[in-house]
Design a protein around this ligand. Structure first.
Ligand code: ANZ
Ligand code: ZN
Length: 863
């Protein structure tokens, strides 16, 4: 995920870009053609706030920050394809964001509507639903969001709700947690629409959505939202009601308030199926009913729903609660009282013969499962024309207009006679005019810029006004990965074929905080762009991202004074001894790991860190400390371990070079045979090696496999580092004098170590590679032109033998396969060492010894 150019790279960035850099370099070593692009999510509020605070121009501010961050990214040795760089605030990018907006507009998926919206009073702009947290606060400013009625631009993401939900199943490479969050946000719910007749003068009907049609006969009231048309109508002639509505407009959805209407409703069918209307169901206006969900109306089933239960207890405390569903076990169902609602979805419908508060007659429904009953009730409703199956979604259309300057202008012109008109393609981009620092204050400076606002209607030529709202920055980031594939295209947002060939993104790495906003918008826009033919993603369900990795947060070590509970600055704590101490008091501070923040003095600057420890150590340390998805507790003391290891790798180069120049060889007798083995680029039909050589070679082969698997499949970089440490130690051990290891085997192993190391610690690997080759006077290309070592199968020369004495299994042991080829005497001397064998064998009575692979059988004469 590309960063916002705030001007400072933080450790979270260092972590995510280290991971992606390692994967990119690794895949290149494996011979893949890798696209590893980078860009800037460069529109948005901080630039504008900087303009307000310091009078700088947002464009200049952003550009400077980009330069600074690029330098820092270079510092951490991340190898990005800068020739594909995209910057969302540059006109050659936002021209295409505007084009995509117009495609949505043409297809009826961008529209203007007055709506009750979320207004952020601090940032003075509206927010999308996704940008308001569960406490009703702005995701950015933290201000309590207000509700206002305003005309705004919406994008019709709800038209794609079903597809977005369905295709989550296809995304096998996504974390379950992210998919669950999206599923919940989309909130697909299956149920029925049920139409209740009412007895008001115009016989108005009231539609509700329910996910539990099986509970229809337990309905004891209806509740409608305060903005429901029926409520508004009734309020015209009821001042008390009008006051209630006004009062409730800021009520929480947890409120149990209600206002009883005079009108009553009737359950549309009864259990015996003849449609007979009894108007005995009261109707309330209640703020707990949301006007943006379903039909803004609820059928109240106190016996089976928590909120309905609480509401009913308050408003009709004396009435008997009507229960229709009970436990599957009849006996258990009988004894159950109702001091809380029975909300189990899997139950059985019962009448009063089972349920204390049941209905006298439930017709054929008595004894049916809830599933069957729901089905049958909907059928009956359909037959009577008063209901049908229905699916509802929780997700709402995406509000994308912002009353801010620093965003892509919405390419629309408002004409008195033509309405909102699209800016023609040849006039794109609608450039964001440069505005001087002093024009920034409250509100949107574009509103006051006549040269921008005044224009003519592209359709009829009359004088018209340009739209001054800009787009939500999530619009910019919903399609940038497409642009990476064709970042210089001047005719189109991106070329069709190059995109179809390369999409979807194989690996996308970023924070879990984008689980719904960015990742849902991106999926939607990709699907839309596929549907309008900009790319063909049919095979991949028009999904943009194949594998998603959410990396955990980097947390800082935080010291708290045990006496005062105050956060301590690093210089107030001594960490020289084992246990840290508060310098002033000598006491032990409380140590915790928390999100880095200025107020906790626990922030760490990656640039400083890299200066102090080197980029390689920082990269390896980041990977080593925690699995990718876990939080990473940043502790610099542990970097030393990584540094020590890298020093070992470096000094090993001297040892290997020396041994290679000495051509140190070994010629032992105790040899193992390896068939078809390649060593230092030379193929051997048969390679004879000592026990230690064999051990080293098989270690190397095992780690080649394991590490590739950890990087490509498991993404468990922490184990990659520990494996590399072990492999380093194995080579060091084998290079000691007296270890009987041929220099070619050491050299081959060390080269492989360096290659495997190179994606992770590129400097160390390249440096050692160059020195090694120059010491050995070999031609030297960069290590990054090498290939990841191919795995060579090493068959174990050992096998398991079962020993039989006179046909009975007595013992089993591991030994060289070649044992079977030895003489009878040698074999006997080997196996008689085992007590389990020798106690059954009298040597003088041995008749014969039969040896087959895996089996030794001794036959003795009977006494
Ligand atoms: C009767 C009922 C009985 C319900 C029962 C639930 C349990 P999900 O599953 O999230 O889709 N509902 C419908 N419209 C509503 C609105 N505008 N504001 C608040 N609540 C609303 O939720 C669907 C359920 O939420 C619906 O099913 C309805 O209550 C309520 F034992 O109808 B139910
Ligand atoms: Zn016009």
């Amino acid at each position: 995920m590309f960063p916002y150019p705030s001007g400072i790279l933080h450790l979270g960035h260092t972590r995510v870009y280290t991971i992606s850099d390692v994967i990119a370099r690794f895949k290149r070593l494996k011979g893949y053609n890798v696209i590893h692009p980078m860009g800037w999510d460069a529109f948005g509020l901080p630039a504008e706030n900087a303009a307000v605070e310091r009078g700088v121009n947002p464009a200049d501010w952003t550009e400077r920050n980009i330069d600074k961050m690029k330098e820092q990214i270079d510092f951490m040795l991340a190898d990005f394809d800068w020739d594909r760089e995209v910057t969302t605030c540059s006109p050659d990018y936002y021209k295409w964001t505007q084009k995509i907006f117009l495609l949505l507009f043409e297809n009826g998926l961008a529209y203007r509507k007055e709506a009750q919206i979320n207004w952020d009073p601090v940032d003075q702009t509206v927010l999308a639903n996704e940008q308001v947290d569960s406490e009703g606060k702005s995701w950015r400013s933290g201000a309590l969001v207000e509700k206002r009625n305003l005309e705004q631009w919406f994008i019709g993401i709800t038209k794609y709700a079903s597809e977005l939900n369905r295709d989550l199943d296809y995304l096998k490479g996504w974390p379950q947690k992210v998919k669950a969050m999206q599923r919940h946000w989309i909130g697909e719910s299956h149920g029925a629409e049920i139409i209740f007749p009412t007895n008001n003068s115009s016989h108005q009907e009231l539609s509700v959505f329910t996910s539990r049609p099986d509970t229809l006969f337990s309905v004891q009231f209806l509740a409608i939202s305060i903005n429901h048309p029926l409520a508004k109508k009734a309020a015209e002639s009821d001042t008390a009601l009008a006051a209630f509505i006004k009062e409730s407009s800021s009520a929480s959805p947890d409120s149990k308030d209600g206002y009883l209407l005079r009108t009553k409703a009737s359950i549309p069918i009864n259990p015996f199926n003849d449609k007979q209307e009894v108007f005995d169901v009261p109707i309330y206006i209640a703020p707990y009913v949301l006007d943006t969900y379903g039909h803004g109306a609820v059928m109240g089933c106190p016996a089976h729903d928590e909120r309905d239960f609480d509401f009913w207890k308050l408003h009709s405390p004396d009435s008997q609660i009507v229960q229709v569903v009970g436990l599957q076990d009849v006996e258990a169902a009988k004894t159950r009282g109702l001091d809380s609602p029975f909300t189990d979805k899997a139950g059985i419908l019962y009448d009063s013969s089972v349920l204390e508060g049941g209905l006298k007659d439930l017709g054929d429904y008595h004894g049916k499962t809830t599933k069957q009953a729901a089905h049958d009730i909907v059928k009956s409703l359909e037959n009577h024309g008063c209901g049908s199956k229905s699916t509802q979604f929780r997700i709402r259309d995406w509000l994308i207009s912002r009353q801010r300057y620093w965003g892509a202008p919405i390419p629309i012109v408002h004409c008195d006679s033509c309405g909102p008109v699209a800016v023609p393609d040849e006039q794109l981009p609608v450039l964001l005019p440069k505005v001087s620092g002093s024009s920034f204050g409250k509100g949107n400076p574009l509103d006051k810029l006549e040269s921008f606002v005044e224009t003519s209607c592209p359709s009829c030529g009359a004088q018209a006004r340009r739209e001054t709202d800009t787009m939500d920055t999530f619009m910019d980031s919903s399609w940038y990965f497409f642009r990476y594939l064709d970042s210089q295209n001047e005719k189109m947002p991106f070329g069709h074929d190059v995109t179809t060939k390369n999409m979807p993104v194989d690996m996308y790495i970023g924070g879990v905080e984008h689980a719904i906003l960015h990742l849902l918008y991106s999926r939607f826009i990709s699907k839309f762009l596929g549907d309008v033919g900009l790319w063909n993603g049919k095979e991949v369900h028009n999904e943009p991202i194949k594998r998603l990795v959410t990396q955990g947060m980097v947390q800082g070590r935080t010291f708290t004074d045990p006496d005062t509970g105050r956060f301590l600055k690093p210089e107030e704590v001594s960490t020289l001894s084992r246990e840290p101490t508060v310098i002033a008091t000598g006491k032990v501070p409380k140590v915790s790991y928390e999100k880095m923040s200025k107020s906790k003095y626990n922030g760490v600057d990656p640039e400083e860190c890299i200066k102090q420890y080197g980029a390689d150590s920082i990269r390896a340390h980041m990977l080593f400390q925690a699995p990718v998805s876990d939080e990473l507790n940043w502790n610099e003391e542990q970097i030393q371990g990584v540094q020590r290891w890298l020093r070992k790798v470096i000094s090993l180069e001297e040892t290997i070079s020396r041994l290679a120049l000495e051509r140190k060889t070994y010629s032992g007798v105790d040899t193992f045979k390896l068939e078809n083995f390649e060593l230092c680029g030379v193929h051997h039909d048969v390679l004879e090696v000592s026990q230690n050589e064999f051990n080293l070679l098989s270690d190397v082969q095992r780690y080649i496999q394991r590490i590739a698997n950890s990087i490509e499949v498991e993404l468990s970089f922490n184990t990659v580092i520990s494996d590399l440490m072990k492999l380093t130690n194995a080579i060091i051990a084998a290079s000691k004098p007296g270890e009987d290891v041929n220099y070619e085997i050491l050299l081959d192993s060390y080269r492989k170590l360096l290659i495997i190391l190179s994606p992770i610690t590129p400097c160390t690997a390249e440096e050692c590679w160059e020195r090694l080759n120059s010491n050995l006077e070999l031609e030297c290309k960069s290590i990054f032109h090498e290939r990841y070592p191919t795995h060579q199968k090493i068959e174990s020369p050992f096998t398991k033998y079962n020993v039989f004495v006179n046909g009975r299994a007595r013992h089993s042991f591991e030994a060289l396969k070649s044992l079977a080829e030895k003489s009878e005497a040698e074999i006997l001397s080997h196996i008689l060492k085992y007590d389990d064998v020798s106690k059954f064998v009298a040597v003088e009575r041995i008749q014969k010894v039969i040896t087959k692979p895996g089996m030794i059988s001794i036959v003795m004469t009977k006494i």
